[in-house]
Design a protein around this ligand. Structure first.
Ligand code: MRU
Length: 371
């Protein structure tokens, strides 16, 4: 998508040296556009854990490139027999960075299966490079397709609005910054905007890290999409007033039965949407399904540091400032995600089409995962 009119993806290989991965360091948005260069597994693990990159699809693509860097490191290590050990350690290090988004493990396992087919170190590096590129390219294409399928839904609603804008409410950031390009929840919004459909997005601020006000608002603004930032608790009020036509959120992990893990606060939006008879859609590429889990309660929920709740950061006089916003002595619990049960989900928007959030409908779209 666009940054100051120029096309960017969130992660790519440095064209002059494919041993260097470049990524947008999202910690500085919306104030500064910073590109980080990464060439070790340790740096890649830090980038995921400290959320220089975040969002399910992008975490997966980053891990894919991280394993590619691991093969280079493994081949350069003096102990030739240590190649497999180095790779296994790197995989474990990357897997430990963030627990909820299933794309992380999915991408690492896909890399390890692919690399195992190589006989020499060079073959393994080549396979890892190709797989990392494939993971990123598929993520981009799947999100583009999600945009097309979601566009049909938005067009249906637009027909009932007599030319007034379709009002979408979204939570957190499931835009192109959370993937390689296009996004999941925001892909239909971009597709609609690009074909001239009047559209407006209510952007939940998404405390404590403010992915909504910092990232979603920024990327919508870069594309020219009308939007309004709201406090996390405002969605229910807007729904009661008829100001929301539908909710579209992303997902970090969805069970094969349709329970959805997404950024903390999503469940409350789903409850409010049901009470107000507003459609609640979840957009996700198939890489965010966990085919091994049947119930949302089995999904590990990330708990992050209390300082994210007790402090806020912002931009002043050209630099980032952090301030305390809670009593230093009060404990704080920082749950990163919650589970929205399938009964509250109107539908799932995937790269293969829209389906109900139940096992039968999901497996009709993805029959290769039926056991
Ligand atoms: O903690 P984050 O920023 O990595 O959380 C991920 C998210 O942005 C959201 O949960 C999103 O809605 C789903 S990931 C596309």
């Amino acid at each position: 998508m666009k940054v100051s009119g120029q096309h960017f993806r969130t992660i790519w290989l440095y064209p002059a040296n494919e041993r260097v991965v470049q990524l947008i360091d999202q910690r500085f948005l919306p104030h500064r556009f910073v590109i980080e260069e990464v060439n070790t597994v340790a740096q890649m693990a830090t980038a995921i854990r400290e959320m220089h990159v975040r969002g399910a699809g992008l975490i997966g693509a980053t891990a894919g490139y991280g394993i590619y860097l691991a093969t280079i490191e493994a081949a350069e290590s003096p102990a030739v027999a240590g190649f497999d050990r180095h790779l296994a350690n790197a995989a474990a290090q990357l897997k430990a960075t963030r627990p909820t988004a299933v794309n992380l493990t999915w991408a690492i396992e896909r890399q390890l299966t692919s690399i195992a087919k190589g006989k020499t170190a060079q073959e393994k590096i080549d396979l890892a490079l190709r797989t990392a590129k494939d993971i990123a390219a598929e993520d981009e294409e799947h999100c583009r397709m999600i945009g097309q399928h979601g566009l049909n839904l938005l067009e249906q609603i637009a027909r009932t609005k007599n030319g007034k804008p379709v009002n979408v409410l979204t939570h957190c950031n499931a835009g192109w910054l959370a993937f390689v390009d296009y996004g999941s929840a925001l892909a239909p919004v971009y597709a609609a905007y690009d074909c001239g459909l009047p559209i407006h997005v209510w952007v939940d601020e998404t405390r404590p890290r403010s992915q909504g006000s910092k990232l979603t608002a920024w990327e919508l603004g870069q594309h020219g999409v009308p939007h309004t930032i709201i406090a996390d608790s405002a969605g229910g009020h807007l729904m009661q007033r008829g100001a929301v036509d539908l909710v579209i959120v992303g997902s970090d992990r969805t069970t094969c039965t349709g329970d959805v893990a997404n950024k903390i606060g999503t469940y409350l939006k789903a409850l409010a949407a049901q009470d107000n008879k507003i459609p609640f859609y979840v957009a996700l590429p198939s890489s965010s399904f966990d085919w091994t889990i049947r119930d949302g309660s089995e999904i590990p929920i990330e708990e992050r540091g209390a300082e994210e709740l007790k402090r806020a950061d912002g931009w002043r006089n050209g630099r980032m400032l952090e301030v305390s916003i809670a009593p230093e002595s009060s404990p704080a619990a920082n749950y990163g995600f919650d589970i929205t049960p399938r009964r509250l989900v109107t539908g799932l928007i995937t790269e293969r089409g829209v389906c109900k959030a139940d096992e039968k409908s999901i497996l009709e779209l993805f029959p290769e995962h039926a056991s």
